[in-house]
Design a protein around this ligand. Structure first.
Ligand code: SAM
Ligand code: SF4
Length: 326
C-alpha cells in the first residue's frame, strides 16, 4: 500500500523519537541546561510507541528511524528495537545516535535487528567536538564507530552539521574519510532552531559546502537507495564511501520529503518546521487503533508542501531538535 500526500509525495518514512533526554548538550540542538524534565506519564511507553509504529506500517510506512534526544539512554531500548524489527511490513529499521554508548551497545543493537546506524559527529578535533557538544568525548564516539562495524553493521552514515567558523574548516577531513575509511558522510545545513544571539553567522549553504569539495575533487553523482532521504549524494571516483548534502534550509528538500515525525510525547508532525502538531495520546490511552490510523492518515494528507524558514527569516517558534528527533 502506498501512502501519498496531497501533492503526490510518497510518504514511506516515520521518524519516531523515544526520548527527548540526552547525554550530550550540542549547542545547536538544546539549551545548556538540557530539556525540561517531563513527568513520567508524558513520555509514551514502549507499548504506545509500538502501537504507533504498527499503525503507520499498516498504512504504508516502510522505514522507521528511531531517534531522540539520545535513543540509547532510554532503558529497555534494545528489547523495543527487537520487537519493532519483527513488525511485518517494516522493511527498514534504522537508528540515529550520538554514538557515546555505541561501543557498549553495538552488538546487541545489531542482534536486535537494527539495519543501519547514523552517527552524529561534527568534529574530528577533540576540543572542537567537546565545545560543540558541551563536554562530549570524541574518542568514545570513534570507538563506537569501530564497534558498530565489528558488530556487523555497514559503515554507519556520519551526520555532520556544518557551521561557519565552528567546524567548516574540517569539511575536507570528513571528505577524506570517504576515501580512506569508506565512510558515508552527510553534511547537514545548520538549522536555526535554538536561536541564540547571532545565530546567523553559523549558516553555510549546502551549495557552498559542495563547491568547496568540488574545488579539490571531481565528484560523481550517486544513485539513491530505495530508502534514501532527501540528500544529494556524490562520490569521489574510486572512493567506497559517499558524500551527501542535506539542504534542509536552503531548499531542494521539501519536494522530495517522504517523512512524518512522532515525538516521544506522542505529538505527530507532518513537517519539522511547522508549528502544527497533532496529539496522538487520546488515541493511545486507551488504544483506539481505527482512529489512530485515521489521524495518521490525516497528518500525511495535510503535510505542508514546503517550510518557510531560511537563514534570513523564520516563521516557526523556537524549539529544541531533541524534542522532535531531528
Ligand atoms: N542524539 C542523536 C544524534 O545526535 O544523532 C539523535 C537525535 S538528534 C536531534 C538528530 C539529528 O539532528 C542529529 O544528526 C543532529 O546533528 C541533528 N540536529 C540537531 N539540531 C540541529 C540543528 N540545529 N541543525 C541541523 N541539524 C541538527
Ligand atoms: Fe543530544 Fe543529538 Fe541533540 Fe546533540 S544533537 S544534544 S546528541 S539529541
Amino acid at each position: 500500500m502506498q501512502l501519498t500526500d496531497s501533492v503526490g509525495r510518497n510518504i514511506n518514512y516515520l521518524r519516531l523519537s523515544v526520548t527527548d533526554r540526552c547525554n550530550m548538550r550540542c549547542f545547536y540542538c538544546m539549551p545548556k541546561e538540557g530539556v525540561v524534565n517531563r513527568g513520567h506519564d508524558a513520555v509514551l511507553s514502549y507499548e504506545e510507541l509500538q502501537l504507533i509504529a504498527e499503525s503507520a506500517v499498516g498504512l504504508g510506512i516502510e522505514k522507521i528511524r528511531i531517534t531522540g534526544g539520545e535513543p540509547l539512554v532510554r532503558a529497555g531500548i534494545v528489547d523495543f528495537l527487537a520487537r519493532l524489527s519483527s513488525l511485518p511490513g517494516l522493511r527498514h529499521l534504522a537508528l540515529t545516535t550520538n554514538g557515546l554508548l555505541l561501543a557498549d551497545m553495538a552488538k546487541e543493537l545489531y542482534q536486535a535487528g537494527v539495519q543501519r546506524l547514523n552517527v552524529s559527529l561534527d568534529s574530528l578535533n577533540p576540543e572542537t567536538f567537546s565545545e560543540i557538544t558541551r563536554g562530549g568525548d570524541l574518542k568514545r564516539v570513534l570507538d563506537g564507530l569501530d564497534a558498530a562495524e565489528k558488530a556487523g553493521f555497514p559503515p554507519p552514515k556520519i551526520n555532520v552539521v556544518i557551521m561557519r567558523g565552528v567546524n567548516d574548516a574540517e569539511i575536507m577531513s570528513f571528505v577524506e574519510m570517504t576515501r580512506l575509511r569508506g565512510s558515508s558522510i552527510r553534511f547537514i545545513e545548520y538549522m536555526p532552531v535554538v536561536r541564540d544571539e547571532g545565530w546567523q553567522r553559523f549558516c553555510i549553504s549546502g551549495e557552498e559546502i559542495l563547491q568547496r569539495i568540488a574545488a579539490s575533487y571531481q565528484l560523481e553523482q550517486v544513485d539513491k537507495g530505495p530508502f534514501a532521504g532527501p540528500s544529494r549524494d556524490y562520490r569521489i571516483p574510486g572512493a567506497v564511501g559517499s558524500i551527501g548534502i542535506i539542504t534542509a534550509v536552503s531548499g531542494h528538500f521539501c519536494s522530495e520529503c517522504n517523512r512524518i515525525r512522532v515525538t516521544s510525547t506522542g505529538q505527530a508532525k507532518g513537517c519539522l518546521f511547522s508549528d502544527e502538531k497533532t496529539d496522538l495520546v487520546p488515541f493511545l490511552r486507551p488504544p483506539d487503533r481505527d482512529t489512530l490510523a485515521q489521524v495518521l492518515r490525516g497528518i500525511v494528507s495535510n503535510k505542508p508542501e514546503r517550510h518557510g524558514i531560511s537563514c534570513n527569516s523564520y516563521e516557526h517558534q523556537n524549539f529544541s531538535m531533541a524534542q522532535i528527533g531531528g
